[in-house]
Design a protein around this ligand. Structure first.
Ligand SMILES: [Zn+2]
Length: 280
């Protein structure tokens, strides 16, 4: 009996080690379904060739989230209030998936087209009740940059991602990567369809490279958005808002088990990534 228990126990440990995976999360800020449909009128998109599930993005205090609350959900697995970063609604600091990855000896890379105070990247290492609290964000960013590789103001994700993928394949350590296409949102706030398409096409090209990389590497890939921006309609490609909306956003997963016809909550995306990364 005891022998059998030891055998089963060692089997569990063994399978945990075997299944441990690295994770790449890609966030198209503001990217709704119709952003993809409208960009595809310009040129075929890789993402449109893959089936997508849906994600509900509401925050703790609002039907319509902002990037700070939504990115905190992806980083911590909890719903929080709009404008808050890395905090629970009762103001407790939440440990982000990036911080936990560093603690457990994995490499962490964050790459974004946003600047170094952007809400989405900040949600992975800063903890404050305001996304405009530049002092706290700067301090926590500088602290975190000693332990992780942070790249801001990327001009072209599809160009920059190649160097990153090269680095990931040369290094045999496990990793957590967050890549954000921030300007899909920024262009949509201005209802600038031309710029939105350009940004989305670049994001899509980066996704394609990551997806191909994942075919021969031990990594699970999650691609989604934090919220929709602009109430964009297709096929007319007219915006009906200058702000975020509560519309569902798409989700694509490579490597992990998922249901491409399901409606997930944004907390579920965290749970899946966390399980892949830490096998818990
Ligand atoms: Zn926005």
């Amino acid at each position: 009996m005891l022998k059998r228990l030891i055998f089963l126990f060692s089997l569990v440990i063994y399978s945990n080690n075997v299944n441990a995976k690295s994770v790449i999360l890609m966030i198209g800020d503001g990217m709704g379904y119709n952003h993809l449909s409208c960009a595809e009128m310009e040129q075929p998109l890789f993402l449109k060739t893959q089936s997508a599930a849906s994600v509900m993005t509401f925050s703790a205090d609002n039907e319509t989230t902002d990037s700070a609350a939504s990115a905190t959900t992806y980083s911590c697995g909890i719903k929080t209030n709009n404008y808050w970063l890395g905090l629970t609604p009762d103001m407790k600091v939440c440990k982000t998936i990036a911080e936990e990855a560093v603690e457990k000896g994995k490499n962490v890379y964050i790459m974004t087209t946003d600047n170094d105070l952007g809400a989405t990247p900040s949600a992975f290492y800063a903890h404050t009740t305001s996304r405009n609290d530049n002092e706290t964000i700067s301090r926590e960013r500088d602290e975190f940059s000693k332990k992780a590789d942070l790249k801001f103001d990327i001009i072209s994700l599809s160009d920059s991602v190649e160097d990153l993928l090269q680095k990931l394949s040369e290094d045999d350590k496990e990793y957590f990567v967050m890549i954000e296409g921030a300007k899909i949102d920024k262009a949509s706030h201005k209802n600038d369809l031309y710029e939105m398409k350009k940004q989305l096409i670049d994001f899509d090209a980066a996704v394609k490279k990551v997806w191909q990389f994942a075919q021969n590497h031990s990594v699970n890939v999650y691609i989604t958005a934090d919220h929709e921006t602009g109430a964009l309609r297709a096929p007319t490609c007219k915006y009906f808002s200058y702000d975020h909306t509560p519309l569902y956003v798409p989700l694509w997963i490579y490597g992990d088990e998922w249901d491409s016809e399901a409606v997930y909550d944004n907390t579920d995306v965290y749970k899946m990534m966390h399980k892949s990364l830490f096998q818990d």
